[in-house]
Design a protein around this ligand. Structure first.
Ligand SMILES: CC(C)(COP(=O)(O)OP(=O)(O)OC[C@H]1O[C@@H](n2cnc3c(N)ncnc32)[C@H](O)[C@@H]1OP(=O)(O)O)[C@@H](O)C(=O)NCCC(=O)NCCS
Length: 349
């Protein structure tokens, strides 16, 4: 069976830098609180009208495609991971296909939030292994700034997230032992509501059993979006931060060790761990727990915040540009997020 390699990496972050101090103009928070709890100093916000999740993805994709030594016309499948799509439907994959003038290839959108990129990479890996495709574009992109609650009510979430995009091109490996060694995907929906954006949606409070205040007034259907949702700020993401933190620090090390154990490797064999940039404190906990040196872990959350599906490919691209990933290196990508879903990918570069 063919194995798959990452042939090219690229990323794009918007120009607009938003510091922690900048956010204090809108909510009761402080640079000190944000840095102490999350490690974030600043994040990027997309141009409000000039940039979308898809346009940022295109910028990242162009770089990845060029570095892979291929062209947009040669891409034979698109996998697009995001939780902040341009449209509720259709997905961003087709918008990218159209804008990049690609052939009438398949375009798959992945909705796995913070672990979206690892899930997407796993799908690409399987398609390459079976010989179905030979040149797959995998992107993660987010325009969070458009959908966050920037009042004090939403501060536990809105200070964490930032915008950006990352992309890779996945191709058959050139030699034995090179490329994606394995991917490991997991989910546990027990706590699905602890990190979620409920509306607009078709749930009608089915899963939470909360009363639907305006149900009686609604005509047939029409509960997808209501004035009440807007009035009561129910169109924003919600998160039980401490619960997410507690689960993340268990599942990150578990899924990293699962990948290493599969290949009878040790943490000392790892050249670089790129954890999803959720919170620097989570990454530090994982590093300590696995007894990894500083040079074995790559973090850039202080500059970009949490960019969800984009965080791993942005970090991968930056690490590669900085020369931190060399041919033959053992690289592990690991993610955890809403769902909960989590996963890892172990790669021999
Ligand atoms: C969100 C997170 C940073 C909050 O840190 P925390 O130490 O757990 O803080 P808590 O939520 O317990 O809140 C502590 C206090 O800070 C306050 N607070 C929350 N956000 C704040 C902000 N931006 N600025 C100032 N104060 C804030 C809370 O209101 C609370 O005040 P109270 O004690 O008076 O009620 C942290 O829980 C976290 O990072 N969790 C993981 C989230 C994550 O990674 N999500 C992405 C998915 S992978």
């Amino acid at each position: 069976m063919l194995s798959a390699k990452i042939a090219g990496v690229g990323h794009y972050v918007p120009e607009q830098i938003v510091s922690n101090n900048h956010l204090t103009a809108y909510m009761d928070t402080s640079d000190e609180w944000i840095q102490e709890r999350t490690g974030i100093k600043e994040r990027r916000f997309a141009d409000r009208t000039g940039e979308t999740t898809t346009t940022m993805a295109i910028q990242a994709a162009r770089v990845a495609i060029e570095r892979a030594g291929t062209t947009a016309e040669e891409i034979d499948f698109i996998i697009f991971a995001t939780l902040s799509p341009d449209y509720y439907f259709p997905g961003c994959g087709v918008l990218l296909q159209r804008a990049m003038k690609m052939k009438e290839i398949g375009a798959l959108d992945i909705r796995n939030q913070c672990s979206g990129f690892v899930y997407a990479l796993s799908v690409a890996d399987q398609f390459i292994k079976t010989g179905m495709y030979r040149n797959i574009l995998v992107v993660g992109s987010e325009k969070h700034s458009f959908g966050l609650d920037f009042s004090t009510r939403g501060r536990n979430i809105s200070v964490i997230f930032g915008d950006g995009a990352g992309a890779v091109v996945v191709q058959p490996a050139d030699r034995e032992g090179q490329g994606i060694l394995s991917t490991h995907l997991h989910s546990d929906g027990e706590s699905a509501e602890l990190l979620a954006m409920f509306n607009p949606g078709t749930h009608a409070n089915h899963w939470t059993n909360e009363p639907l205040a305006s149900f009686d007034e609604a005509p047939i259907g029409n509960m997808f979006m209501s004035h009440q949702m807007i009035d009561q700020a129910q169109l924003y993401p919600t998160m039980d931060g401490p619960a997410v933190f507690k689960k993340a620090i268990v599942k990150f090390p578990e899924v990293i060790m699962e990948a290493l154990n599969r290949h009878h490797l040790q943490t000392s064999d790892l050249n670089l761990l790129i954890p999803h940039q959720a919170n620097l404190r989570i990454a530090q906990f994982v590093q300590q727990h696995l007894k990894l040196r500083d040079d074995q872990v790559f973090n850039n959350i202080e500059k970009y915040g949490n960019t969800t599906a984009a965080s791993i490919p942005i970090a991968l691209s930056e690490a590669w540009e900085l020369g931190k990933i060399q041919t033959g290196d053992l690289v592990c990508l690991a993610a955890f997020g809403s769902g909960y879903t989590w996963g890892s990918a172990l790669i021999r570069w």
